[in-house]
Design a binder for this molecule. Structure first.
Ligand SMILES: Nc1ncnc2[nH]cnc12
Ligand SMILES: [Zn+2]
Length: 317
């Protein structure tokens, strides 16, 4: 089944480039940039990948991102991810990057963007993988800081298709970013937002009604609100679900409890994604495979999930 799932043509719509930083590359970049790490070796670092919630993961993820300093680093990170896409027949990807994670420690916006954009261009030319980059604001920071990030992005507007919202969800509702999302839309960007990962259904309502999103990232807590379920079914608002992420971050106790197939059967446009594959134990195919082993996903369901990912692209072929 793994090989069959691997061969399915699919799109990945929820992937943080910084979350694809494998420990081996992290150590190689630390050496290249002469950065001392708090872990002795790759195995010790991998052992630290045990999380009780989103915040515990984010604390380590931001630490790991500190090895990314030059455009070449961002190129190498993005290229390594694209090679994984090629190996798993991901024919299109819409990755996130978090500029504030880098600008806040002194790496200029254009250094980050140039490396990522060059790799995505080579990915299309050399690997045939199309892409659309999403600039994600860190929601634990202020809206004013998001506004500053949008200002930095405008000279490079052709490099992005959308803005997004990620990082610590609880206590940082979408409504906190309504004005900057208004301006981003006015500037011609599409919008997406993480909502309903740990946060309540109310945050999903806000993402839809206030941020006017094209897709909900995660959204698994929508199932707690029947009126919301009807809305996302009626309007076919896609959910970019990340099964391995949800179990690693204890959103579900184990994969057998995951609601993605229940949502699929109810007519929700759910998709399968890897979120932060270097930290959560697998790329897209491993996420599909976990649904097969733990939930008995059928080939027909897998085909519908893969087709949903192609249908939910922001950039249509
Ligand atoms: N799963 C996730 N939720 C929120 N922010 C993130 N940043 C990287 N991964 C994330
Ligand atoms: Zn995410």
């Amino acid at each position: 089944m793994y090989d069959w799932l691997n061969a399915l043509p699919k799109a990945e719509l929820h992937l943080h480039l910084e979350g694809s930083l494998e420990p081996e590359l992290l150590f190689a970049l630390a050496e290249r940039n002469k950065i001392a790490l708090p872990w002795n070796d790759v195995e010790t670092l991998r052992k630290a990948y045990a999380f009780n919630n989103l915040q515990e993961f984010l604390d380590l993820y931001y630490k790991g991102a500190d090895v990314l300093r030059t455009s070449q680093d961002f190129y190498d990170l993005t290229w390594a991810y694209l090679l994984r896409c090629k190996a798993q027949n991901v024919i299109h990807t819409e990755p996130f990057f978090d500029p504030q994670t880098h600008t806040d420690r002194g790496v200029p916006f254009e250094v980050v963007l140039n490396g990522i954009a060059a790799a995505l261009k080579d990915g299309e030319q050399q690997l045939g993988i199309t892409s659309g980059l999403i600039l994600s604001f860190l929601r634990h920071l202020s809206e004013a800081e998001a506004e500053k990030t949008l200002d930095q992005a405008l000279p490079f507007r052709d490099a992005f298709v959308a803005v997004g919202l990620d990082s610590s969800e609880m206590g940082h509702p979408p409504s906190k970013f309504q004005r900057v999302f208004d301006r981003a839309r006015h500037e011609g960007f599409l919008t997406v937002a993480h909502a309903g990962e740990e946060g309540p259904p109310e945050y999903i309502w806000e993402a839809i009604d206030l941020l006017k999103i094209q897709r909900i990232d995660h959204g698994v807590r929508a199932i707690e609100d029947e009126r919301l379920m009807q809305r996302i079914i009626d309007e076919q608002i896609p959910l970019t679900v990340c099964p391995l992420s949800n179990t690693k971050l204890c959103v579900f106790d184990d994969m057998a409890q995951h609601n993605i197939l229940d949502m699929l059967e109810r007519g929700v446009k759910v998709t399968v994604n890897s979120d932060d594959p270097a930290y959560f134990g697998g790329y897209v195919t491993e996420n599909f495979h976990a649904l097969y082993t733990s939930l008995g996903m059928t080939q027909d369901q897998a085909k519908r999930l893969a087709q949903n990912s192609l249908d939910a692209r922001l950039i249509k072929p």
